[in-house]
Design a binder for this molecule. Sequence first.
Ligand SMILES: Cc1cc2nc3c(=O)[nH]c(=O)nc-3n(C[C@H](O)[C@H](O)[C@H](O)COP(=O)(O)OP(=O)(O)OC[C@H]3O[C@@H](n4cnc5c(N)ncnc54)[C@H](O)[C@@H]3O)c2cc1C
Length: 307
Amino acid sequence: MTDTVEAVDVLIMGAGPAGLQAAVHAVRKKASVVVIGRPERSALYRAHVENYLCVNGITEGHVLMEVAIAQATRFGARLIEEDILHVESGDGGFLVRSEGKSFLAAAVIIAIGTAKKKLRVPGEKELAGKGVSYCVDCDCNFYRNAKVAVVGNESAAVDGAITLTNYAAEVTLICKELEVSADMRQRLSASSVTVMHDTWVKEIVGETAVTGVVLEDDTSLALDGIFVELGSKGPLQLATAIGVDLDMETFSYIATNKKMETNIPGVYAAGDIAGQPFQMAKAVGEGCVAGWEAANYVKKLKRQGEQ
Ligand SMILES: Cc1cc2nc3c(=O)[nH]c(=O)nc-3n(C[C@H](O)[C@H](O)[C@H](O)COP(=O)(O)OP(=O)(O)OC[C@H]3O[C@@H](n4cnc5c(N)ncnc54)[C@H](O)[C@@H]3O)c2cc1C
């Protein structure tokens, strides 16, 4: 790694829709902007999007990402396709180290998304996007009149299964032991969801698309789709390293105000890492605000420095 530390006005952690939209808005306000992240690791990259405004029909996420990267870089943002390994607060800003570079940033925007928990069973990886989904709100419309299951024990799974009853012909919830409130249990029993207790998915089967699952007791269930809803885990270590507060309820997301400011002056957060709903529309909206505010923050710092 180089010992050179480059100064930058706004450093954006994450090259998904939140980070790239933040880059567009910050750079157009004349801030110098570096985005560090791997676009192909964005949740959007493998999505098929049809609920984002102005998108005509179903559009592949990677196509949208290519346009976003071209926009952000054309306006002058610099994209470094690496992972960030270390962040710390220092004199004059935030020291950010990636695999090969070090930056001292006056402001940082954390837009590193969330890591969806996987089942880690045979067939899951191979059939992801071909009947294996991690987002009910995103993909429910693709399963109209289909036979689907949701696997999970927590509220995300129960809520997802109930939502799916508005689309699919048959919905099964596969769970070990439900860890949800009495209210949610009541909503579940009032719904048409079939609940399979005390079991779990052992394998997902299908050649080119999901055709079913094998359960722990080796019985099979024929399905058109399986939703894995195991809650979500934010890659929060980087964020908490500089002391940002998490949400008080679940401690899973970065807490922000309406300006996407965190509790640390000069640190902003946007997109999935800032909480639900996990949707591109929210990510770009928050990215816009964070980019705008971070650029204003840096301008103000510079004005103060001149006085
Ligand atoms: C299968 C699927 C289908 C979906 N369908 C839809 C849909 O139809 N409509 C919709 O609106 N939304 C959909 N979504 C959700 C949408 O993709 C996300 O809400 C959106 O991508 C969140 O954007 P983000 O920028 O916050 O995070 P992401 O897009 O996840 O981007 C995170 C970025 O952070 C980077 N990163 C992570 N850790 C580090 C690190 N240590 N250092 C540097 N960079 C790091 C990653 O490389 C990536 O570039 C779908 C998601 C999935 C998984």
